[in-house]
Write a protein that binds this ligand. Structure first.
Ligand code: B12
Length: 170
């Protein structure tokens, strides 16, 4: 840089692609799978949102920092390596401890455990603070799209950050 101006990260200099708001897409700290994140980014962009995709293996501290900085309209956590339940519980508690993030809509989905107890795991994740849980044994993408629809219509009628009733899809 010859003029001494600091270059901002490319992601932050892009104009918002969608007009509806910003969605942070992330996984948990141990999870190195990436195609799930790419898939979700494309899906959410198609729904009209700007997406900040944090990529694989995101430590809790980094996620909290990013969410505090960007104040997303929705946080989407995806995990497929089998640790999503365990690490998602820890992650959402860390986020909800921050007053600024206490009401941020947050969902989690994917292959959340290594047993077939999706119902129990989903209930625990919802109790810990997720607004919706989309385990992979149902039709998570269809359920997610209708969650976003409800989120948008509640925001329109009740002001921003209005949430649908907590829900679990299994
Ligand atoms: C490719 C792959 C890898 C690649 C990843 C490369 C990369 N750059 O991503 C590599 C080889 C690195 C890899 C590593 C491992 N993998 Co792997 N991997 C796969 C594989 C074959 C495909 C995953 C994929 O890309 N799918 C395509 C994407 C688009 O689909 P998806 O991930 O299923 O996501 C969909 C849904 O889950 C859903 N979804 C996901 N998240 C969310 C979130 C929300 C909110 C919603 C609504 C929906 C949603 O929507 C997506 C689109 O339909 C799967 C098996 C399979 N056939 O699924 C195993 C699989 C995910 N891997 C598995 C495992 C165990 C591992 C390892 C732990 C293996 C090991 N012992 O080292 C490591 C992970 C290490 C780590 N630290 O995470 C297991 C997980 C088991 C479980 N959860 O019960 C699987 C299921 C294989 C198996 N049958 O055992 N893996």
């Amino acid at each position: 840089m010859s003029d001494g101006a600091a270059a901002a990260p490319a992601e932050r200099t892009l104009p918002a692609r969608g007009s509806k708001g910003t969605v942070v897409v992330t996984t948990v700290a141990s999870d190195s799978h990436t195609w799930n994140l790419v898939y979700l980014q494309l899906l959410i962009e198609e729904l009209g949102y700007r997406v900040i995709n944090l990529g694989p293996c995101v430590p809790d501290d980094l996620l909290v920092r990013e969410c505090l900085e960007t104040a997303p309209d929705l946080l989407v956590v995806s995990s497929v390596n089998g640790h999503g339940h365990q690490e998602g519980m820890r992650m959402i508690r860390r986020l909800r401890e921050q007053p600024e993030l206490a009401a941020t809509p947050a969902v989690i989905g994917g292959k959340l455990g290594i047993t077939d107890q999706a119902d129990t795991l989903s209930e625990q994740l919802a109790e810990a603070g997720f607004d919706a849980v989309f385990p992979d044994d149902a039709d998570p993408v269809i359920a997610f799209r209708s969650f976003v629809d409800v989120l948008e219509s509640s925001a329109r009628t009740a002001g921003s950050r209005a949430l649908p009733e907590p829900r679990i899809t299994a």
